[in-house]
Design a protein around this ligand. Structure first.
Ligand code: 13P
Ligand code: SF4
Length: 305
């Protein structure tokens, strides 16, 4: 524990010295979340990245999130402490595959989930996150839309709009492998609990959910609700802030298997080393960045609930 405290102190001191801000996604390990200047879901972190005065952004998350920060802050140095912390779903769609998919639906607007590479964003009309996907698709006012790369998020949106949604067949294995049986088991063990689920879960699981939200949406719901018990159908890292923010409430994972290995690669040692060396740097080429930025910028214009 002493080691962790010392490392935290060193990192905080160095971050101050270098005018660096540390952002951490809600799935990061507890020590990293507790150390960060800001924690949040993908949307909140993109917005924070666009507003910061810091010269360096240390992004504790996965590669597409650091890329998103580089897209909105081209003049800042964006560092990802572990270079190969990636997102399996983002890697399920390449820009070339998207070009071919668009070719099969000419003229149909493309709504791309932020869990995607910068090249894929650059091929898209507008981005969305799990927090605003339904609003973004409705905002296009197009009778047909293409949604990439997550088929489960697309199915969730389809249920909430009259628009035709053509989806790419990507998915997050951590959420997609959650079964109805596992969820029903958890519900039988905790009959008074509210089931909160992330829209990356399969449709069959979302049908059972009382609340479907992004990670920060779940945090907000738990803070504001009078319910005392919750089953949480998303990556287990979210249990840390849920418990921390709601000491009197109980939170149970829908399945202990919901662990994203890439989100767990970043530790305090990696952050300190990255901050000392100021690398690995994530930098999107200007040609891709300008196109991807348009898609992210459009998303920021969509009114939020
Ligand atoms: P959120 O944007 O809801 O935090 O989700 C990001 C993610 O990677 C989900 O698996
Ligand atoms: Fe990607 Fe899934 Fe990990 Fe989120 S939990 S970063 S979608 S692999």
């Amino acid at each position: 524990m002493k080691g962790a405290q010392e490392l935290t102190k060193k990192i905080r001191g160095l971050a101050r010295e270098k005018n660096a801000i540390i952002l951490a996604h809600n799935y990061q390990i507890p020590e990293v979340q507790d150390l960060a200047d800001l924690t949040g879901d993908s949307l909140a972190l993109s917005i924070q990245a666009s507003k910061t005065d810091a010269e360096i952004i240390v992004f504790c998350g996965v590669h597409f999130m650091a890329e998103a920060a580089s897209i909105v802050c081209p003049d800042k140095k964006v560092i990802i402490p572990v270079k190969d912390a990636g997102c399996v779903m983002a890697d399920m769609l390449t820009a070339e595959q998207l070009r071919q998919f668009k070719g099969r639906h000419p003229g149909v607007p493309v709504v791309t989930y932020v869990n995607s590479t910068a090249e894929v964003k650059a091929e898209s009309g507008i981005c969305c996150t799990s927090a605003n996907a339904i609003q973004v698709v409705k905002w296009t006012k197009s009778p047909e839309v293409i949604m990439t790369p997550d088929r489960n998020l697309a199915a969730w949106v389809r249920r909430h709009t009259d628009q035709t949604v053509y989806s790419w067949d990507g998915y997050c294995p951590i959420h997609d492998e959650l079964t109805v049986e596992a969820v029903k088991r958890a519900m039988a063990e905790h009959p008074d609990a509210v089931l909160m689920a992330h829209p990356e879960c399969p449709e069959s699981v979302l049908e059972l959910a009382h609340v479907v939200r992004s990670t920060s949406g779940m945090l907000k719901y738990a803070r504001e609700s009078d319910h005392r018990e919750y089953i949480v159908a998303t990556e287990t890292g979210l249990l840390h802030p849920l418990k921390k923010q709601n000491p009197g409430k109980k939170f149970y994972p829908a399945s202990q298997d919901m662990v994203c290995k890439d989100m767990k690669k970043t530790g305090l040692k990696e952050i300190l080393s990255a901050l000392e060396r100021e690398e690995p740097v994530v930098k999107v080429t200007e040609e891709i960045r300008v196109k991807a930025y348009k898609a992210v910028e459009r998303m920021m214009e969509v009114p939020r609930d």
